[in-house]
Design a protein around this ligand. Structure first.
Ligand code: HEC
Ligand code: HEC
Ligand code: HEC
Ligand code: HEC
Ligand code: HEC
Ligand code: HEC
Ligand code: HEC
Ligand code: HEC
Ligand code: HEC
Ligand code: HEC
Length: 313
């Protein structure tokens, strides 16, 4: 059994490789004999008036002439390649000329992306090459469309609120994150006031796709007052906000990963027993009553310029 599977596997591989090589040779031969040339958008319009109209309304249709100096007449073939043989085939798929037009959707994902990256070289997007989305077989066309793009970002998902369009794009795959965003304490993402892309770069990032070099730096962009630096730092805060918070939502107040006091007791197993002062404090009935609400006293829990125990006076 085992050896049969093995041999079949080998044979399958051999045939595929051979077919690939053949297709490559044939394409090469066809081109050498008859190279397609540029014919201009006015030729394409005759058969693709719908695509051409759509294109005129799209972000690329409006911006290519301005930003790249590519006017409408030249636009189609900038992306689809020279179209004389395709046009001459007049829609007959059995004519070898038909397939000389480039259909981006038929390219393998990595080729689709390379095609877009020819023009889009800003750092935000170039992270693509090192991101998890590229590594998992997504392409630019998973989320964007040139002809059917909606809104300024050419997203396939349509929503008049651009933040919601972005978030819905992500939730097509990351479905479990939607549950979190509906828990009692959450970032206002489903409310359309920010989006997954406020924190994540969909194209990839230096770490975990986030829009910053580290988690505290990311959170600090909107919550600067929590970041410090402080005269008295609380080490878990400077290390990683996610020691205590879940930015995707929580059943606990303030998106805490655990309810108080359990959150604190994970790391401070026996608080108020360490020093003489605290031994007194421990026996005080007032404190016993309040112990559960650690932040009633340790109010500057993210760090303090006033007190080493984060207790403001
Ligand atoms: C004489 C008519 C005709 C002309 C001219 C023409 N096309 Fe097409 N094209 C077709 C037809 C028919 C199809 C198949 C449409 C379908 O299956 O829905 C097609 C398909 C395509 C496809 C998809 C390819 C595929 O494999 O399905 C692209 C991309 C395309 N055309 C681009 C162009 C561009 C760009 C031009 C101008 C350079 C152009 N066409 C000119 C008739 C034409
Ligand atoms: C900026 C690059 C770009 C330009 C310019 C462009 N297209 Fe496209 N075209 C694409 C991409 C990418 C797709 C795949 C679907 C999508 O993104 O909407 C596509 C899809 C198509 C298809 C359908 C292919 C299919 O399989 O459904 C046709 C037909 C087509 N384009 C024709 C045109 C015509 C005609 C023009 C000029 C008026 C044009 N395109 C300009 C990138 C471009
Ligand atoms: C020929 C060059 C060219 C190609 C190829 C191209 N684009 Fe563009 N794209 C542009 C230009 C120019 C703009 C307008 C940028 C501006 O206004 O500054 C643009 C705009 C965009 C925007 C909106 C950017 C913004 O600032 O909101 C997105 C998203 C986008 N393109 C995605 C794609 C994708 C996906 C592909 C591949 C299917 C692609 N582009 C292929 C040139 C290109
Ligand atoms: C997982 C979905 C997804 C994929 C895949 C994706 N994008 Fe985007 N893209 C977005 C979203 C959402 C935005 C808007 C938020 C933002 O600016 O990052 C965006 C924004 C952009 C912008 C505007 C960025 C700016 O800084 O103004 C460009 C250009 C762009 N994408 C091009 C691309 C290209 C090129 C690829 C493929 C290499 C690609 N995108 C792949 C979702 C995606
Ligand atoms: C077509 C499906 C798909 C879409 C759409 C999609 N993702 Fe992903 N995403 C994946 C896959 C697959 C992975 C890699 C496996 C994993 O970590 O789950 C991934 C990984 C991630 C990661 C983990 C990075 C890491 O290093 O662990 C983040 C963050 C992420 N995506 C954010 C987003 C955001 C934000 C959007 C919307 C702009 C989005 N994704 C849209 C499929 C998708
Ligand atoms: C307030 C900022 C913020 C928002 C909004 C946000 N995330 Fe995240 N997300 C993070 C941080 C921080 C991490 C951890 C990154 C790391 O470990 O380096 C993360 C991790 C992830 C991961 C990988 C690890 C995991 O938990 O599975 C995925 C996937 C992800 N986010 C998807 C999403 C999606 C989808 C949305 C929108 C529904 C979203 N995020 C909204 C900050 C955010
Ligand atoms: C793009 C801006 C932005 C980023 C980045 C951001 N937040 Fe927020 N955060 C908000 C907004 C907006 C609110 C809601 C404020 C309100 O409702 O008054 C919020 C609220 C919160 C709250 C309070 C929730 C409550 O129940 O009161 C916590 C805790 C929080 N964020 C933690 C984080 C953490 C941890 C990070 C980093 C992983 C982060 N935030 C990144 C914008 C951001
Ligand atoms: C040691 C645990 C811990 C860490 C680590 C931590 N926090 Fe908090 N955070 C808390 C607690 C506890 C509260 C609730 C305080 C209260 O209810 O008075 C809170 C509340 C918040 C709030 C909402 C309350 C407000 O004052 O607006 C924000 C925003 C916040 N944290 C952001 C951050 C950011 C940003 C980081 C990382 C730089 C971070 N936190 C790291 C424990 C932590
Ligand atoms: C992830 C672990 C962790 C969590 C969770 C945590 N802390 Fe801390 N905390 C530390 C570390 C590490 C120090 C530095 C001093 C030490 O090693 O005890 C510290 C210091 C302190 C100090 C100063 C005490 C001293 O000895 O200097 C106080 C007060 C404190 N934490 C209160 C809290 C409270 C209240 C909470 C819950 C809201 C909390 N901590 C959650 C790790 C944590
Ligand atoms: C009623 C106010 C109050 C409450 C509530 C409170 N503390 Fe304290 N805590 C103090 C005081 C006062 C000190 C001693 C300050 C000093 O010695 O400088 C202290 C000291 C500490 C210290 C450092 C010394 C030691 O003995 O470990 C830690 C850690 C600490 N508290 C954690 C906690 C945690 C965790 C909780 C919740 C379970 C909590 N505190 C609740 C007032 C309080």
């Amino acid at each position: 059994m085992r050896s049969r599977t093995g041999r079949e596997g080998m044979r399958g591989l051999g045939t595929a490789a051979l077919a690939g090589a053949l297709a490559f040779c044939l394409a090469g031969a066809a081109r050498a004999v008859d190279e397609p040339t540029y014919v201009g958008a006015s030729t394409c319009i005759a058969c693709h008036s719908d695509k051409a109209e759509q294109f005129k309304q799209s972000m690329h249709g409006k911006r290519l002439p301005v930003v790249k100096g590519i006017d409408f007449e030249k636009s189609c073939e900038t992306c689809h390649g020279p179209g004389s043989l395709h046009a001459a085939a007049a829609g007959d798929r059995s004519n070898p000329g038909f397939a000389t037009i480039i259909d981006p959707l038929k390219l393998p994902p990595a080729e689709q992306s390379k095609f877009c990256l020819n023009c889009h070289k800003q750092q935000e997007v170039m992270y693509w090459n090192i991101g998890p989305h590229a590594a998992n077989g997504l392409s630019c066309l998973t989320c964007h469309s040139v002809h059917q793009g909606h809104g300024p970002r050419n997203l396939k998902v349509e929503n008049s609120n651009e933040y919601l369009a972005e978030t819905e794009t992500c939730l097509k795959c990351h479905k479990t994150k939607k549950l979190g965003m509906n828990l009692p304490s959450h970032h206002p993402v489903m409310e359309g006031k920010m989006s997954c892309a406020s924190c994540h770069n969909p194209h990839g990032g230096e770490s975990g796709n986030i829009r910053a070099g580290s988690v505290p730096e990311l959170c600090g962009k909107c919550h600067a007052e929590k970041l410090g630096p402080f005269a008295y730092e609380h080490p878990p805060v400077t290390e990683n906000c996610l020691n205590c918070h879940d930015p995707h939502g929580s059943i606990n107040d303030r998106m805490l990963k655990q309810a108080l006091p359990f959150l604190c007791l994970q790391c401070h197993k026996f608080p108020h027993t360490g020093t003489v002062n605290n031994a007194n404090a421990y026996t005080s009935s007032a404190l016993l009553l309040q112990r559960g609400r650690c932040v009633n006293c340790h109010r500057e829990i993210h760090g303090s310029d006033r007190h080493m125990r984060f207790i403001p006076h």
